[in-house]
Design a protein around this ligand. Structure first.
Ligand code: ADP
Length: 187
């Protein structure tokens, strides 16, 4: 099964992704984590990505496409994956379709985690204080929410038209939301 977790920054994709990956036995691929690892390791790709991430902008598609081609094509992904934080643009979604299609696979479900904007801001500001992630400043938070609306929200229609999108209410206890997701995937 190939599943995408879609939702704005702060919607809980990371938290739910980790739980679901365990529960469904699906390897989780997070482009955000891969990029942060590349930055920490000081690779050329990390150096290129960092400036965008620090400003709350999306890393250009060609950089992301290189990353995901490697992981989606790897033997570990052959039994299905949980994609967290990508695709984030229409060209990325088309690339995922192509990469899976070449292997006779497809996107089976897209979970859209919905959280009101004032709650997203509250969570992200809270996380900024606790974790000190360098892209969690008030200015970049605002920018990331704007970029989500502009570049990622169009994917909702892209997948809804195909009948694979499921709406998940993202406010409530972590366990309640996890249950909702499990039901949406018939787990
Ligand atoms: P969040 O969803 O909370 O913004 P992520 O860890 O998914 O956190 O992403 C952090 C940053 O990494 C993004 O703001 C963006 O700069 C970059 N990034 C992650 N995934 C992608 C992607 N698929 N395409 C472009 N940029 C990405």
């Amino acid at each position: 099964m190939n599943v995408i977790l879609l939702g704005p920054p702060g919607s809980g994709k990371g938290t739910q992704g980790a739980l679901l990956s365990e529960r469904a036995g699906l390897p989780r691929i997070s482009t955000g984590d891969l990029l942060r690892e590349a930055v920490a390791a000081g690779t050329p790709l990390g150096a290129q990505a960092q400036g965008y991430m620090d400003r709350g902008l999306l890393v250009p598609d060609e950089i992301i496409l290189g990353l995901i081609a490697d992981v989606l094509g790897s033997p570990g992904a052959a039994g299905g994956v949980l994609m967290d934080g990508f695709p984030r643009t229409v060209p990325q979604a088309e690339a995922v379709d192509r990469l899976l299609g070449e292997r006779g696979r497809q996107i089976d479900r897209v979970l859209l985690i919905e959280v009101p904007e004032h709650e997203l801001e509250r969570r992200l500001l809270g996380r900024a204080r606790v974790q000190g992630r360098c892209d969690d400043t008030p200015e970049t938070i605002h920018e990331r929410l704007r970029v989500y609306e502009e570049q990622t929200a169009p994917l909702v229609e892209y997948y809804r038209r195909r009948g694979v999108l499921v709406d998940i209410p993202g406010v409530g206890s972590i366990e309640d939301i996890a249950q909702f997701i499990a039901k949406a995937l018939d787990l």
